[in-house]
Ligand binder design. Structure first.
Ligand code: 4NP
Length: 147
């Protein structure tokens, strides 16, 4: 799960997907394309919205996406098209590129492709982000567990 800062959207996506899949079978992590918040805890607003739905993301630490993530993961979900482009620019070959997806393409709603960046918005932004990610993660789980 990859966003820009790895303190708002992707930590939520990591926590939500982890809550829906067995940890001994699926290795799930998140990262940011930027180096802005390396080592930091998720944004307090992200921690709060996750807690509202029974998920604890407070132990996560921000890290930056690295090229070796292409080797470590089968699927790389970008939160928006800017993150998507930044990740694809780091790809070494077509196999790397083929792992990168926009997370909202997992939804059957083509009207929204980017998870809005909630960093400069209010609490409603985080609620909206949570609901989008929860739906997308449910689709991902269905795909991963039925194929
Ligand atoms: P995220 O949100 O990419 O969902 O973690 C942001 C966090 C920090 C910044 C931008 C977006 N920032 O500019 O510091």
């Amino acid at each position: 799960m990859v966003c820009l800062g790895n303190i708002c959207r992707s930590p939520l996506a990591e926590g939500i997907l982890k809550s829906k899949l067995p940890e001994n079978i699926f290795f799930i992590d998140s990262a940011g394309t930027s180096n802005y918040h390396i080592g930091e805890q998720p944004d307090p607003r992200a921690i709060a919205i996750a807690k509202k739905y029974g998920i604890d993301i407070s132990a996560q630490k921000g890290r930056q996406f690295v090229v070796s993530d292409f080797d470590a993961f089968d699927y790389i979900y970008a939160m928006d098209s800017e993150n998507f482009n930044n990740i694809v620019n780091l790809a070494r070959n077509s196999e790397d590129v083929s792992k990168v997806k926009l997370i909202l393409e997992e939804l059957n709603d083509s009207s929204i492709t980017n998870v809005p960046d909630p960093y400069y918005g209010g609490e409603q932004g985080f609620e909206n982000v949570y609901q989008l990610l929860d739906e997308a993660c449910t689709s991902i789980v269905n795909k991963l567990t039925t194929h």
